[in-house]
Design a binder for this molecule. Structure first.
Ligand SMILES: Cc1cc2nc3c(=O)[nH]c(=O)nc-3n(C[C@H](O)[C@H](O)[C@H](O)COP(=O)(O)OP(=O)(O)OC[C@H]3O[C@@H](n4cnc5c(N)ncnc54)[C@H](O)[C@@H]3O)c2cc1C
Length: 460
């Protein structure tokens, strides 16, 4: 059966686009969402193990209804400039904030917790002031935390309501190629919708880049973030967590003037292994009903390349590969004190630390052997600065896991409605370099959905 709109990717970008088309288009455009992954209840990847499921063709953490957000920590960063920048597509601050609030209202409608994580305003201002005195920028954010256990329920409600509004889902189905006005499947069968939205997320970023190349859609490499995951006793982070659940600190380092930031703070959480395409990295998560004694956060250095190569993905992969080799196929773990002293960590040395590692499969080693000197210097200097705001964070006991990496997808050239130079082909979300988080991906979806409605003459 042919559809007016076909959306590739059932992540936040794809689902919010379908929502906008269904609600504002009053059912006039039939919409199909295709995803290579499974329905919410069938995404059975064990939460502690970021491997591909042995029985799955695809990784259930990254793929399926709700996309990479479904089995994530489900933390909604309610700002238009975190996880992307909505101002690229909006003409005013208000328009960008309206989009964020709209996304939030949809998550609330489908059961996201009513309480937001927003500490005392005076404490936030005080933290901002103290951070500024050290040359650090603290970015206060209102956040809504669905949790790894709550997010799937919200996504399930969302999908059921989309289906009630007439949106169809075709799951466990991989799209091989996209041509102008055409979707091509692995068995070479095809569909010819009027409008196509490509929202393939991080897991489909390489595929999206290939489609762009074939269709001559201009794309450009974006900076990537490389660094470590820092693990400290939970009480060290508690004072800043009281101000913001996922406190974001932006730092410029002294030696290289490089940009370093905290990201994805998991209070009372766990460090986890992330395996993709034969390389090993780390991530973190927390569960509302299973707290640990530790807190962890990513500490990431921004890397942009200009000439002669701009391919930040290839560069990032080479760093991760080196670390994977040194760790014998496992992430590296090192005490900060050992890194400072220029010696590798061993389990005996780590036992002297007052932090009990939450990822025991990591290999004690020397991060300085695996990562470029510049990145290691940035991490050391950045943590020293951060220690002025969060005492204890740069203790010799602090544990570092490497590598943590955030690749960026190639960024597609689009207009304000997220339409590519190929007529009626729209794109949205992480896979096309327009977002790096749930809220902005969802807002992208709204914009693309509105763009499609405008092209169809259903919205002015
Ligand atoms: C472990 C983890 C934790 C995270 N935690 C948070 C968090 O707490 N807060 C936050 O804001 N962000 C978080 N993120 C990031 C967030 O999940 C993403 O930014 C967001 O999901 C991006 O949405 P998207 O719609 O662009 O893509 P995705 O959510 O990645 O969805 C894309 C979908 O497209 C499908 N697809 C791709 N290619 C094809 C193809 N060729 N054919 C068919 N289907 C295809 C995929 O299967 C996937 O389901 C986390 C990510 C991960 C991996």
């Amino acid at each position: 059966m042919e559809h007016d709109v076909v959306i590739v990717g059932a992540g936040p970008a794809g689902m919010f686009a379908a929502y906008e088309i269904a609600t504002k288009g009053k059912g006039k455009l039939s919409t199909l969402i295709i995803d290579q992954g499974y329905d919410v209840d069938n995404r059975k990847c064990p939460v502690h193990n970021y491997k591909m499921c042995t029985n799955c063709r695809i990784c259930s953490i990254m793929s399926g209804v709700g996309g990479a957000g479904t089995l994530s920590d489900g933390l909604l960063n309610l700002r238009p400039d975190i996880g992307g920048d909505l101002m690229e597509f909006c003409t005013s601050d208000k328009e960008a904030w309206d989009l964020v609030n709209y996304v939030d209202s949809v998550f609330l409608k489908y059961g996201a917790p009513k309480e937001v994580c927003r500490g005392d305003v005076d404490d936030a201002v005080d933290l901002q002031r103290r951070a500024a005195s050290e040359g650090i920028k603290f970015i206060p954010i209102t956040q809504r935390h669905m949790g790894s256990d709550g997010a799937p329920k919200v996504i399930k409600n969302f999908k059921e309501d989309l289906e009630k509004m007439g949106v169809k889902f075709l799951l466990d189905t991989h799209v091989k190629d996209i041509r102008p006005g055409k979707i091509i499947f692995d068995d070479d069968s095809s569909m010819s919708p009027k409008y196509i939205l490509m929202a393939p997320g991080r897991v489909g970023a390489n595929w999206a880049a290939e489609v762009a190349r074939r269709l001559a859609i201009p794309t450009r490499h974006e900076p990537i973030d490389i660094g470590v995951r820092v693990e400290v006793p939970a009480f060290v982070m508690a004072p800043v967590i009281a101000v913001n659940r996922d406190p974001k600190f932006h730092i410029y380092t002294d030696t290289y003037d490089d940009f370093v930031r905290t990201f994805c703070v998991n209070h009372e959480g766990f460090v986890v292994k992330e395996v993709y395409d034969g390389i090993v990295a780390v991530n973190g998560h927390s569960m509302t009903d299973n707290p640990s004694d530790n807190s962890n956060f990513a500490f990431l250095v921004r890397v942009a390349l200009t000439e002669p190569i701009e391919d930040t993905t290839a560069y990032g992969r080479s760093v991760v590969q080196q670390s994977t080799i040194l760790g014998g196929g496992e992430p590296l773990i090192q005490r900060l004190g050992d890194l400072r002293m220029g010696r590798r960590s061993t389990w005996v040395r780590i036992a002297h630390s007052n932090v009990l590692p939450s990822l025991r499969s990591a290999t004690p080693g020397d991060i300085a052997m695996a990562m470029p000197h510049r990145i290691v210097t940035d991490i050391l200097e950045g943590l020293e600065k951060l220690d002025e705001i969060i005492p204890g964070v740069a203790s010799s006991s602090t544990l570092l896991y490497a590598p943590e990496i955030k690749f960026s997808a190639n960024k597609f050239q689009v207009n304000k409605n997220l339409e590519t130079p190929v007529e009626n082909l729209f794109v949205a979300g992480d896979g096309v370099g327009l977002s790096r988080g749930i809220v902005i991906a969802a807002a992208n979806g709204l914009l693309a959905g509105r763009g499609i409605l405008m092209k169809a003459g259903l919205l002015v």
